[in-house]
Design a protein around this ligand. Structure first.
Ligand SMILES: [Zn+2]
Length: 259
């Protein structure tokens, strides 16, 4: 099985990059026009594997098109430019709704998640489930593909939770770190930045970090990751410490690339 899988991967990676694939990449992530050619080629090859290996399911009438797959794959591939062998193997299925969808969280489910989820009916843009599917919606996927917009990027948000959960079943804002980054120092710095952002908001300051990023440390990591890829220069200017921490993690220096 593994031999077959890696043989197929090898084939997909080897094939020459085609002009129409470059067009697909440009239509999928606006950052592509700032990347070096070898980085574009890496994301294209990576996306082929990601698209081929995941199971794609449209929900509530969504048709899974090649463009939609590329928009998801290219954004995920941009995140792991420094880790090209990582294909988010802990998730095998991508579910895509047309827009934010209604979910019912029961009291029992809320208890299972240690009360981090309130019981009730809510609209969700997406979610990521440990060793389960990543759920997205095509409306938000399209908004982020061509534009830094307000810094929001649903695909990057949900896949940063996936990275966060590589080392445990719950997202806690601490993904596995590269060998040269000290975990205790990283945790203390990230927690410090999270608390400082909360204090600034409580004192009435307007900050770059959207409120949702201040609800939990796992959301702080996910929302900061969105800003890292969508509005990197502003993140570097207004939250330089957060920018540096994420640069240690993602390695690819986005502010330098889109400068
Ligand atoms: Zn989240």
């Amino acid at each position: 099985m593994l031999e077959w899988l890696f043989g197929r991967r090898k084939q997909l990676l080897k094939k020459e990059v085609q002009p129409d694939e470059r067009d697909k990449l440009r239509r999928s992530i606006w950052q592509a026009s700032f990347l070096e050619d070898h980085q574009c080629e890496q994301i294209i090859r990576w996306s082929r594997v990601f698209i081929a290996e995941k199971t794609w399911e449209g929900c509530n009438g969504v048709k899974i098109t090649e463009d939609l797959q590329w928009q998801v794959a290219a954004a995920a591939g941009l995140m792991v430019l420094a880790y090209p062998d990582w294909y988010f193997d802990k998730t095998s299925t991508i579910l895509i709704h047309p827009q934010a969808y209604k979910v019912t969280v029961t009291a029992r489910h809320s208890a299972l998640t240690s009360g981090t989820e309130m019981a009730g009916e809510f609209y969700r843009a997406g979610e990521t489930i440990y060793r389960g599917p990543v759920v997205l919606n095509s409306h938000d996927i399209a908004i982020a593909a061509q534009d830094p917009n307000d810094g929001h990027h649903l695909v990057i948000h949900e896949f940063s939770h996936q990275l966060d959960m590589i080392n445990g079943p719950s997202a806690d804002g601490l993904p596995p770190l590269p060998g040269n980054v000290d975990e205790t120092a990283w945790l203390a710095a990230m927690k410090g930045e999270y608390q400082r952002a909360q204090e600034m908001v409580s004192q009435g300051y307007m900050i770059l970090m959207p409120d949702y990023g201040l609800t939990q440390e796992s959301e702080f990591f996910a929302v900061a990751s969105e800003l890292y890829f969508q509005r990197s220069n502003e993140l570097a200017e207004y939250h330089p410490n957060v920018y540096l921490l994420l640069k240690q993690f993602y390695v690819t220096d986005m502010a330098d690339i889109v400068r």
